[in-house]
Design a binder for this molecule. Sequence first.
Ligand SMILES: [Zn+2]
Length: 246
Amino acid sequence: MKITNQFKSILVFAGCVFPPTAALCQVQQTKSHFVVCIDPGHPSEVNSGYTVQNGTTETHVDWEVAMRLKKLLDAQGIRVVLTREIEHEVTRNKDRALIANGAHASLMIRLHCDAGASTGYALYYPDRQGTAQGKTGPSPQIINASEAAAGYLLEGIKPILQRHLVCGGIRGETKTLIGSKQGALTGSIFSQVPVVTMEMVVLSNPKDAAFAKTDAGQSLLAQAIAAGIAVYRLKATASLSATTLR
Ligand SMILES: [Zn+2]
């Protein structure tokens, strides 16, 4: 069987060690081996996220959306792992990845808010390997799987947020401040599972902040991400079945 890059990505997505047997992976899929690691981005060792912007903080928005997202995924029977248990717990970026790895997550979704002159949301994936704390990563398979995951996530997210926030599309982590220095974000370098970071709004933008501060805005962000995860789960499973049947 010809194993395409896309298929390799799906195998990684399915929590398999590459190269696995297709049959083993399909069993894991059909047994609903689907785990989502939700990573509320702050506080970390790099940034507490406590800077007040337009009356709220990044740490608070990240946490509120994470809790709403967890509730939505729980209701669908999807197993959720959080990178921390309470809003104000400091988790190192490396440890966030280790938690997702330990859970054999099918996806790690990292929730952040941006700051600056722009507006809206954007999805970031590791577009090349980076080095941090003596570790170089992620693997080429995880880079491919993360890019595919970002595409699937955006398919679900975009229609729900289109009347509320500007879509900044999909970007490589080399476009981020840390990624431009390290090659990738620390949480991605240590990740052995597909990883996507969402900058949900630009919190320094008053309009974005007004949206992100409200219960309605936080709920809509969570619904959008849950819809994206549903697309990811569906498309990956469909691709796997089609490949296995070939
Ligand atoms: Zn952040």
